[in-house]
Design a protein around this ligand. Structure first.
Ligand SMILES: Nc1ncnc2c1ncn2[C@@H]1O[C@H](COP(=O)(O)OP(=O)(O)OP(=O)(O)O)[C@@H](O)[C@H]1O
Length: 577
C-alpha cells in the first residue's frame, strides 16, 4: 500500500476511535490513543523520530537503575537465548521508559538504532505515543502493541510485547520489552511471546524477592500443587514480626482479587499482618515445612479461595539484639567489659519474669547497684526495698522483716508496723548478704516466698504480698548449703538465675569505671588524673572493688589542687614502688 494512503488511514482510524466509533482494536490500545490525544496533546499527523538520549543522561538513568539491571540481567540473557533466532531484541527500561539495558543482533545494529530499539532510547507514552513500554508503564499491565497499534506512524513497522517489573515493595521499577523489526501481520502471532515475557518477569521478581528477603519466611504460591516447588505463580516474604515484607506482582493481584480491591495500588499489602490476607496463623508457618502431602500445603485466602504454599525458612538469622536494645539502666552498668555485657543481656531476658535472681560477687563490686538497675529496667516497677541481712540486729530482725500487729509486744508502736517485706509489695525485695541470715529466719522467709503472704508478729491473719526477690551474697551460697549454714530448700527457691559480677581488677572497662566514680565523687565538677596517677589506678588490684575506689577518690579529691589528681595525691598503697 502506498505510504501516504496508509498514513492517512492510520490517522483517520485514531480520530474516529477518539470520537467513540466502533473499532476492532484492543481496548487497552484505544485507551492509550485517547491518552495521547487528550492528555499529552500528541498530533497523529506528526511523524516523530525515535529519541535516543545522550550518553551522559543515559549514564544517570543507568546509575539510578543499577539494582534493576542486576536483578533483570540473568532473566534477559536466558530469554534472549530462547528468542533471538526469531529476530527479537530485548529492551530493559526504567520507570521513566528509558532503555537502560539492551540485547540485540549486532548485524542489524543500524536499523535497530533508527527504529529506537536501542540502548538510551526513550519510550514513555508522553514522548513516543502508544508503544509497548509506554502503555505498559502507564497501565501497570503487560501488553502487546503490534504494528499499527502504535500511535506514531514512525513506529508502525514494529511489534512490541512488554511486561512490567515490580519491586518486592510493590513499586513499578521498569519494563521488560521484546520487539521485532519485522513481524507477521496478525497480532495473535505475538500471543505466545506475551506469555514468555510475563513468565520471564515473574521469575525475575521471584528471584529478587528471595534474594532480598533472606531473613524472612518465603512462601511460594500456586493455585495447584503441581509445579509448586519448581515454578510457582507468585511469592511473598513474611518478616519475623508476622507482617508481609515483600511480594511479587502476581501475589499482589491474587490478594487484591481475594479482597475485592479493584484499583491498582502498589504498596497496599506490604506491612500488613499475614493473618489479614490468609486465614492461617503466622506462628504455624513452620509446620508447613514438614508438609508431606498437597493437602498439608493448602492455605485459605480471606475469600475462602485455596492456595498451595511451598515454604522456605529464613536463611539468615537477624542479628542478635545490639547493646542499644537493652533497657537503659542495664545498658549503663558497664563500659564495654565482655562479661558485664553478657550479664546485662542475660538479666534483660529475665527482668520482667517471675524469676528469682542471685547476684554473686566480691564485696563492693556493685551488687546492689546492679540490683537497682534490674529493678529500674522492669516494666512494672513498684517500690525497691533493700535489706542488709547481715546488719539487722538479731532481736529486731523478725519485726523489721515481717512487721507487727498493733500492741503486739511491750514497747511496740500502738498502731503496729508494716514490715520491710510488706513495704516491697508490688516491687522488688533486695536481700543483701542473704548468706548471713539466721537459720530460723530462713525458714520464715521460705514460707513467705512459697505462700506469697507475710504473718506480722502478733497478727492472726496473714497479709498477701507480691514481690520479686533479688538476693546477693559475697560468698557462694552453694558452698554455704554444703556446709549446712544455708537451707537447701530456700537456696533452690532463691536460685532462679545466678548472675556473677566480676571483680574490678578483672574488668576490661576500668577507664570507664574510673570516669564514672570520678563524676560520682566530684558530683559532676572537675576531677581528673595525671597520666602517672591514672596508670597507677589501672595497675592497682582493688581488693575492695568499686567501694574502695570511691573511698580512694574521695580522699584524692580532698588532697588535689583544682580537682587534678597527681600521683602524689594517691594513697601510699597505690603508688608504684
Ligand atoms: N557502675 C557504677 N557506677 C557508679 N557507682 C557504682 C557502680 N557500681 C557500683 N557503684 C557504687 O559502688 C558502691 C558499692 O556498690 P554496692 O553497694 O552495689 O556493692 P555490693 O557488691 O552490693 O557491696 P557489698 O558486697 O559490700 O554489699 C556503691 O556506692 C555503688 O553506688
Amino acid at each position: 500500500m502506498d505510504q501516504s494512503i496508509a498514513f492517512a488511514r492510520h490517522v483517520q482510524e485514531i480520530v474516529s476511535a477518539a470520537e467513540g466509533k466502533q473499532t476492532t482494536r484492543d481496548p487497552e490500545v484505544v485507551q492509550s490513543w485517547l491518552r495521547c490525544l487528550n492528555d499529552y496533546k500528541l498530533d497523529p499527523e506528526h511523524k516523530g523520530e525515535a529519541r535516543i538520549l545522550p550518553q551522559n543522561i543515559l549514564r544517570q538513568h543507568q546509575q539510578e537503575a543499577e539494582d534493576l539491571m542486576t536483578i533483570a540481567r540473568f532473566g534477559m540473557e536466558d530469554l534472549y537465548r530462547r528468542v533471538n533466532s526469531m529476530g527479537y531484541v530485548l529492551l530493559l527500561t526504567d520507570a521513566k521508559g528509558v532503555t537502560v539495558d539492551f540485547i540485540g543482533d549486532e548485524k542489524v545494529d543500524r536499523e535497530l538504532k533508527r527504529a529506537g530499539l536501542y540502548i538510551g532510547s526513550e519510550w514513555s507514552e508522553q514522548n513516543a505515543g502508544t508503544c509497548g513500554v509506554g502503555a505498559c508503564l502507564t497501565s501497570g499491565e503487560a501488553i502487546v502493541v503490534h504494528q499499527t497499534d502504535h500511535f506514531d506512524m514512525a513506529h508502525t513497522p514494529l511489534s512490541c510485547t512488554a511486561a512490567p517489573i515490580y519491586h518486592s515493595d510493590g513499586s513499578l521499577i521498569g519494563v521488560l520489552d521484546v520487539s521485532l523489526l519485522m513481524s507477521p501481520t496478525e497480532k495473535y502471532s505475538q500471543a505466545l511471546t506475551l506469555e514468555v515475557v510475563k513468565s520471564c518477569v515473574r521469575r525475575i521478581e521471584l528471584a529478587n524477592l528471595m534474594n532480598s528477603r533472606k531473613s524472612d519466611w518465603i512462601l511460594r504460591l500456586n493455585r495447584t500443587s503441581e509445579f509448586l516447588g519448581v515454578d510457582p505463580s507468585c511469592a511473598i516474604s513474611v518478616a519475623s514480626d508476622g507482617t508481609i515484607s515483600g511480594l511479587t506482582h502476581g501475589a499482589h493481584q491474587l490478594f487484591s482479587k481475594a479482597q475485592g480491591v479493584r484499583k491498582f495500588s502498589a504498596q497496599s499489602f506490604v506491612g500488613k499482618p499475614f493473618e489479614e490476607v490468609f486465614d492461617f496463623d503466622f506462628n504455624d508457618i513452620p509446620c508447613l515445612l514438614a508438609a508431606e502431602t498437597p493437602g498439608e500445603q493448602a492455605l485459605e485466602l480471606s475469600d475462602g479461595q485455596v492456595i498451595f504454599a511451598d515454604v522456605q525458612a529464613p536463611l539468615r538469622r537477624e542479628r542478635a539484639p545490639a547493646r542499644s536494645v537493652l533497657p537503659k539502666p542495664l545498658a549503663g552498668i558497664h563500659g564495654g567489659d565482655a562479661s558485664m555485657q553478657i550479664l546485662a543481656e542475660k538479666a534483660a531476658r529475665i527482668v520482667d519474669k517471675q524469676i528469682s535472681i542471685i547476684l554473686e560477687g566480691e564485696t563492693g563490686v556493685g551488687k546492689e547497684y546492679v540490683a537497682k538497675a534490674l529493678h529500674a529496667s522492669r516494666k512494672k516497677k513498684g517500690p525497691f526495698v533493700a535489706i542488709n541481712c547481715a546488719a539487722l540486729p538479731e532481736a529486731l530482725i523478725e519485726s523489721e522483716l515481717f512487721g507487727y500487729a498493733p500492741n503486739s509486744f511491750t514497747g511496740a508502736n500502738a498502731k503496729g508496723k508494716k514490715g520491710l517485706i510488706e513495704q516491697a509489695n508490688g516491687g522488688t525485695l533486695f536481700l543483701d548478704e542473704i548468706g548471713d541470715m539466721p537459720l530460723v529466719l530462713q525458714a520464715r522467709l521460705l514460707r513467705v516466698l512459697a505462700e506469697k503472704e507475710v504473718m506480722p508478729v502478733g497478727a492472726t491473719k496473714p497479709v498477701p504480698v507480691d514481690i520479686r526477690v533479688i538476693s546477693a551474697s559475697h560468698r557462694k551460697l552453694k558452698s554455704l548449703v554444703d556446709a549446712g549454714q544455708f537451707r537447701q530448700d530456700l537456696y533452690y527457691r532463691l536460685n532462679g538465675v545466678v548472675l556473677s559480677i566480676p571483680a574490678l581488677r578483672d574488668r576490661t572497662d576500668k577507664p570507664w569505671v574510673i570516669r564514672q566514680i570520678a563524676a560520682l565523687v566530684s558530683e559532676g565538677s572537675v576531677m581528673r588524673f595525671s597520666k602517672p596517677a591514672e596508670e597507677a589506678l589501672l595497675a592497682h588490684d582493688w581488693p575492695g572493688n568499686i567501694r574502695e575506689m570511691i573511698n580512694v577518690f574521695e580522699l584524692c579529691l580532698a588532697l588535689s589542687n583544682d580537682g587534678v589528681v597527681g600521683i602524689e595525691d594517691l594513697p601510699e598503697n597505690l603508688i608504684p614502688q
